[in-house]
Ligand binder design. Structure first.
Ligand code: ISL
Ligand code: CA
Length: 536
């Protein structure tokens, strides 16, 4: 195994919101192809596409109705093959989003399974309720219960996510056989691997009710169980035939579980997304946001650096609010955006950029729930309403955490709809596109975009930053500093998260400062990030 994925930077595209080529207001594959030169210039080596498979879009593609067909809204299979070829011509590999915990209820397997005599019946969890009671007391991820009654079946089916996303039952060996052929279909087309959606909950060891009410009641019956490890080992055997890369989205995984899922000798995943750092500004659930304390973010990242041999490094994705709105400084937005970028590319692991992060896109500027499209946000708003939470308070919670914050259209230029579409965008464009857009940053040598390019090139050229050791130096709400040591010497990275100047004791030759300085005197400006090289 060449471990090529350790050297690369991954760029995640949410196709619906990236670039619309035909004016229907929906991003598409030809639109992505038209922007590959920009992505190559940025220096990324892997493109992760959120799902583009056939889907009724109840969860914008995370509800798949045909794994081997392209949603016509995004284009054709020829477009997909063209994208893979065009990306490869630019040295960029493509990974797909593998959503195999559940399918859409529009999938033919599910539709067939509604007939209790069907051979597809046991592809899903169908259970009788009793006298209107649900089969168990589990709760779902999207603020709904997780059983939906189907009158044709006179039974309930399990859905840990939206009711149109029915959980597959891996106790039926036929299910894994189907998944294996889907993997081969895409690997034979030249995809280089998969981002594996909620991959650590595939195996449910029972459907018993849980004695303890929790945020996710019943999760002890499916979170990172041995049955899931066994499935991952099966999948790994196929992926190894293609030297393919897998990154698992592993909700609520500990560092120990992350090691069990990714250590090479385990033969399961290559790496995972942990969420501990993404929970640094919340209480109990992500909808209860607290103030941001940089030390909490730094402590979580540092813990995973020390306890997991190879990490993913990410501050955003299509489910998370924008990192600049969440972890940035209102007084020093550009400097803090560059500071966060410095963090992303100098820790140890594979960095992931989410579309728009490289130009400092922020949370949406919607003013009401009517503008929100996200199924999770709508379900949670309904749930909060059932608890009689006042509208103003509900909106404050939704606006700060809704996944639509990350899904507003990519801001390309100052033209109509920020250059995303000539039509009516499926989701509102942030009105700050006039000064936050790709084109204006292309022209500005000291822009955030060019700073990303510099960092990506610096990382690629340094054995130490790529694969050196990590050692924390100081973690407070003001300062996060750490040392990376390896074959091309040692680097000290010092991040001043505060809005005040900060004196620090570190020596070294200045390699890069987000202020563009060319000298270092031990005093960091507000939100300044410096990379120092040990004096040899
Ligand atoms: O938002 C989250 C991160 O804290 C989680 O609740 C998220 O929903 C969970 O990690 C699963 O997300 C993945 O599976 C969902 C899909 O809606 C998300 O977009 C996807 O990233 C169901 O497929
Ligand atoms: Ca389109």
């Amino acid at each position: 195994m060449s471990e090529w994925w350790k050297k690369e930077v991954v760029y995640q595209i949410y196709p619906r919101s990236f670039c619309d080529s035909n004016g229907d207001g929906i991003g598409d594959l030809p639109g992505i192809i038209s922007k590959l030169d920009e992505l190559q210039k940025l220096g990324i080596g892997i493109l992760w596409l959120s799902p583009v498979y056939a889907s009724p879009n109840e969860d914008n593609g995370y509800d798949i109705s045909d794994y081997c067909a392209i949603n016509p809204e995004y284009g054709t299979m020829t477009d997909m093959e063209h994208l893979i070829a065009e990306a490869s011509a630019r040295g960029i590999r493509v990974i797909m989003d593998l959503v195999i915990n559940h399918t859409s209820t529009a999938h033919p397997w599910f539709q067939a399974s509604r007939d209790p005599q069907s051979p597809y019946r046991d592809y899903y969890y169908w259970r009788k309720g009793s006298k209107g009671k649900l089969p168990n007391n589990w709760t779902g991820f999207f603020g709904e219960n997780c059983w939906e009654y189907d009158d044709r079946s006179d039974a309930y089916y399990l859905h840990l996510f939206a009711k149109h996303q029915a959980d597959l039952d891996y106790h039926n060996p036929k299910v894994l056989e189907e998944i294996k052929s889907i993997l081969r279909f895409w690997l034979d087309k030249g995809v280089a691997g998969f981002r594996c959606d909620v991959i650590n909950i595939l195996w449910k060891d029972s459907l018993q009710s849980s004695p303890k009410k929790m945020i996710l009641t019943g999760s002890e019956h499916y979170l990172t169980l041995e049955g899931t490890h066994a499935i991952l080992r099966e999948i790994r055997k196929i992926l190894d035939e293609y030297d393919a890369f897998t990154v698992g989205e592993t909700v609520f995984a500990s560092t120990k579980q992350a090691c069990d899922l990714t250590l090479p000798e385990r033969g399961e995943l290559n790496t995972v997304f942990g969420f501990e750092h993404m929970e640094c500004d919340q209480k109990i659930v992500k909808w209860l946001k607290t103030d941001f304390h940089p030390a909490r973010l730094a402590k979580a990242l540092s813990k995973w650096q020390l306890e997991v041999p190879w990490n993913t490094l990410n501050l955003e994705n299509h489910d998370q609010p924008r990192s600049l709105s969440r972890f940035g400084s209102a007084r020093y937005p550009i400097q803090s955006a560059k500071l966060l970028a410095t963090l992303l590319f100098t820790l140890r692991g594979t960095p992931f950029i989410y579309q728009g992060q490289e130009i400092g896109m922020t949370n949406f500027d919607f003013t009401s729930m009517e503008q929100v499209q996200d199924v999770e946000s709508k379900n949670v708003d309904r749930l909060l309403q059932s608890f009689h939470i006042p509208k103003k308070q509900r909106w404050r919670m939704i606006a700060r955490t809704s996944r639509d914050n990350a899904r507003t259209p990519m801001q390309w230029n100052t033209g109509k709809n920020a250059g995303f579409t000539a039509g009516n965008p499926w989701l509102g464009v942030n009105s700050n596109y006039r000064f936050v857009n790709y084109a204006s940053q292309q022209e500005n040598p000291s822009s955030l975009l060019h700073y990303y390019e510099k960092l990506i090139a610096l990382r690629r050229g340094s054995e130490t930053l790529l694969s050196g050791t990590y050692c924390p130096l100081k973690i407070t709400d003001e300062e996060f500093s750490y040392r990376r040591a390896g074959r091309d010497g040692s680097y000290t990275i010092v991040l001043n998260f505060s809005d005040k100047p900060l004196r620090v004791p570190y020596e070294g030759n200045l390699v890069l400062s987000n202020y563009g300085y060319n000298r270092y005197d031990g005093i960091l400006q507000p939100c300044e990030a410096v990379i120092l090289r040990e004096r040899s």
